[in-house]
Design a protein around this ligand. Structure first.
Ligand SMILES: [Cu+2]
Length: 169
């Protein structure tokens, strides 16, 4: 009778110890199961840019072959007065973003070249825009592993990057 109504403290202490032990075993297991760090927020800064090169026909002839179709490549014919010709392309910089499954991804994308870039991230962001002189912030959780296109719909085919979501080991 005395035991039944006894101080429950020892029982509570035992339960607490058991909980600590379970947590410690869990942490140890997580540390040895794989090399991925725990899910975390990853912030990346990106820019929409247009690297450009040019010369004059007296130094280098204008290329005879056209570039692949799409507004992502720009080949300007020689200026009749100066003979200068130019080539440029629209790009995301960086064009690959790598995270682990479960990470929260924050992209801060500055528009530098081009007035507007109507874009998508396959499976994650159906539509977003990047405008010159402004930062577009995107935030999502990378739940599905795989390769996903980060694509400007105007400047194809060059303004295509990849979000790479590594499966959590
Ligand atoms: Cu674009």
């Amino acid at each position: 009778m005395h035991r039944m109504t006894g101080n429950p403290r020892p029982l509570r202490t035992a339960a607490l110890l058991l909980a600590f032990a379970a947590a410690a075993v869990g942490l140890a297991f997580a540390a040895t199961a794989g090399s991925a760090p725990p899910p975390t927020q990853r912030v990346f800064t990106m820019v929409a840019v247009e690297p450009k090169g040019g010369t004059t026909v007296d130094k280098e002839p204008f290329p005879g072959e056209p570039l692949p179709e799409g507004q992502g490549y720009v080949l300007k014919a020689p200026d009749p007065k100066t003979g200068r010709w130019e080539v440029s392309t629209y790009r995301w910089e960086p064009s690959q973003i790598v995270v682990y499954q479960g990470d929260t991804v924050v992209l801060e994308i500055l528009g530098v070249n081009g007035d507007v870039h109507p874009s998508t991230i396959e499976q994650y962001v159906p539509a977003f825009e990047v405008r010159r002189g402004r930062v577009t912030r995107l935030r999502f959780t990378a739940n599905t592993p795989g390769f996903f296109k980060i694509e400007c719909l105007t400047h194809r085919p060059s303004m295509v990057g990849y979000l790479v979501v590594l499966p959590r080991p």
